[in-house]
Design a binder for this molecule. Structure first.
Ligand SMILES: [Zn+2]
Length: 252
């Protein structure tokens, strides 16, 4: 057993109010590509979408001005319904069950934390598993847009049904943001995992954390202000939590 896993175990034992802040790297081990990695969405060549910037395909402008293109891209690239949570999601669900985890703040829109059993999840970029009508607000089930045969899915009121995700040019959902900030401000330990901390304003939220212990689990180096206790583990987060669970005799 590596020393860094033992150190992480000790930090968790010594803490009572842990918050996890995560990004795309938490879901890559489930098979969802990170947008920005070498094999990610931004670097995949797909003849249907090559003429567009990836940021445009995920923007409010695209949804409003070229909805057919927007929905084709969404159906092709955002359908994660068959994807299963990995050991990172599962370990965090167990940590919540144990009473030590205040919440998860995620930039992901795949719903995998909830699928693993987590309850206190703040989805600061929304979720592709929720849909609503842009005119009347009526909610539609998670399959609706993916299964709809209309190029642009329409509500019974005539409005357009859209996914409840935060697109470029849109502001973050207030309720999720305030929940995330509240949890971070109360936490005594922060685990940052699977994120390059390059997407703003999401990345700036960690500034609300005032506790003593910060753990970073990410394959590449990220800039984080050191705390009294700081631990950096440059590995895949699913593997780290698999070993940690074994050390703690937790079955995932
Ligand atoms: Zn409607």
């Amino acid at each position: 057993m590596q020393d860094e896993i033992k150190q992480l175990d000790q930090f968790i034992k010594d803490s009572q109010r842990i918050v996890f802040f995560g990004g795309a790297g938490v879901s890559t081990e489930s098979g969802i590509p990170d947008f920005r990695s070498k094999d990610g969405l931004y670097n995949q060549h797909d003849v249907r979408f090559d003429m567009y910037q990836p940021e445009y395909l995920l923007s409010h402008s695209c949804l409003v001005n070229e909805p057919k293109v927007y929905y084709e891209f969404h159906r092709q690239k955002m359908d994660t319904r068959s994807i299963e949570p990995n050991n990172a999601h599962k370990y965090l669900a167990k940590l919540e069950e144990s009473g030590k985890l205040l919440g998860i703040v995620t930039q992901n829109i795949d719903g995998l934390h909830q699928k693993a059993g987590s309850q206190a999840v703040y989805e600061i970029h929304g979720s592709a598993l929720r849909n609503y009508c842009m005119s009347c607000g009526r909610e539609y089930p998670e399959d609706y847009i993916f299964e709809s045969e209309e190029p642009i899915p329409k509500c019974s009121c005539g409005g357009i049904i859209r996914p409840d995700i935060t697109l470029y040019e849109e502001s973050l959902p207030d309720d999720q943001v305030s929940g995330a900030i509240h949890a971070l401000a109360k936490a005594d330990m922060l685990i940052i995992g699977g994120t390059s901390l390059t997407v703003y304003p999401a990345a700036s939220f960690i500034n609300y954390f005032k506790g003593n212990t910060v753990v970073v689990i990410n394959e590449s180096e990220i800039g984080v202000k050191p705390a009294k206790n700081t631990l950096v583990i440059k590995r895949k987060i699913g593997e780290v939590f698999t070993e940690l669970a074994k050390l703690q005799n937790i079955e995932l």
